[in-house]
Design a protein around this ligand. Structure first.
Ligand SMILES: Cc1cc2nc3c(=O)[nH]c(=O)nc-3n(C[C@H](O)[C@H](O)[C@H](O)COP(=O)(O)OP(=O)(O)OC[C@H]3O[C@@H](n4cnc5c(N)ncnc54)[C@H](O)[C@@H]3O)c2cc1C
Length: 310
């Protein structure tokens, strides 16, 4: 009996088929471990038409990249796909029971959580419509394409402290929208003044746009500030796309992601974590790297258990 033909249906359940889950599946497939990768098709970069900052794939369409990786995974017969949402995972002895829609309950030996994060945006009209085309989450992913444009950072002063200095290297035409009253330390306010970065502390009423092109930001007092690109601060603590980890007892950090040790191990034995839900390094390459690590972590534990029992 090979290690993957144990009583469990699969060695590993991977929840999420984004870069983290796909990379975990590849590591498992290459070690001939059976893995079921479940994905309900809500990848974080869905709104984007280009995936940047990934050596060898810079600028590719995210869907094309996912299709390429999925094709590569066909080579590994122990990797299976399920399109749909994982509804429940419960501990059962040393294994886990998994509930999928309209399927018999499955048993798996390890679980990799790779279900990504949501992007709650300011509620003013325009943010959701322009998300990924003129409203962005990350200067590394989209900054180069909008260099020298009329840019703004939308976020409180604490976040602006980190990101505004980076944006200054992309454009000289930069403003800060705090989107409502916020405490700005006098020293930071002075620095912004010295660097000629205007600060608008009114609530944003709406974004003015023509299709996917941003023209300006309308404030609650009626003022319109001409802008063509906005970077939006993440909402902390992060909003994860699921709570299966919490239900299993995984500890979280103040920032809202799961606490992990070496090789993506969560605080619950047998549960590993990868991608955006385990750190603030929110990029495709970062997620894939942590997915590979979590996949290797699961292989490591499975191998040790099988060797010791066999
Ligand atoms: C608009 C935008 C553009 C971006 N552009 C870039 C870029 O150019 N370059 C770059 O490096 N990074 C970019 N990023 C960041 C990058 O997309 C993320 O860091 C990366 O996708 C995280 O990968 P992940 O696998 O952790 O999560 P995701 O890619 O979000 O994948 C998680 C998957 O899990 C699935 N899922 C969730 N819950 C369940 C469940 N219960 N059952 C089954 N499936 C489930 C979801 O449907 C989703 O497909 C961008 C992000 C955004 C928002």
């Amino acid at each position: 009996m090979s290690p993957s033909q144990t009583k469990a249906n699969y060695d590993v359940l991977i929840i999420g088929g984004g870069p983290a889950g796909l990379a975990a599946a590849m590591a498992l497939g290459r070690m001939q471990r059976s893995a079921l990768i479940c994905d309900d098709r809500r990848p974080r970069n869905l709104a984007s038409s280009h995936m940047n900052n990934f050596p060898s794939q810079d600028g590719i369409h995210p869907a094309e990249w996912r299709a390429k990786v999925t094709k590569e995974l066909e080579k590994y017969p122990t990797v299976s796909f399920f399109t749909g949402r994982v509804l429940k995972v419960e501990k059962s002895g040393s294994a886990f029971n998994v509930t999928l829609p309209d399927q018999p309950i499955l048993s798996v030996r390890k679980v990799i959580l790779a279900y990504g994060v949501e992007d709650p945006l300011p509620d003013a009209p325009g943010f959701r419509e322009l998300w990924g085309s003129a409203v962005y989450h990350c200067p590394y992913c989209h900054g180069y394409e909008v260099r020298d444009a009329k840019l703004a950072y939308v976020g409180n002063a604490a976040m602006a402290h980190h990101v505004l200095p980076m944006l200054m290297f992309l454009t000289k035409d930069l403003v800060l929208f705090t989107n409502g009253a916020t405490e700005i330390e006098p020293a930071f306010r002075e620095q912004l003044k010295k660097k000629s970065i205007p600060v608008f502390e009114e609530k944003i009423a709406s974004l003015i746009h023509e299709g996917k092109v941003l023209c300006g930001v309308k404030l609650a007092n009626g003022q319109i500030v001409e802008r063509t690109g906005l970077f939006v601060a993440p909402k902390i603590p992060l909003t994860l796309k699921g709570s299966i980890g919490e239900k299993l007892g995984c500890e979280k950090t103040e920032m809202g992601f799961y606490r992990v040790e070496l090789m993506g191990k969560s605080t619950v034995p047998g549960v590993f974590v990868a991608g955006d839900i385990m750190s603030m390094q929110h990029s495709v390459l970062g997620a894939a790297a942590s997915g590979q690590l979590a996949g290797s972590g699961a292989v490591f534990e499975l191998t040790r258990e099988d060797f010791e029992q066999g």
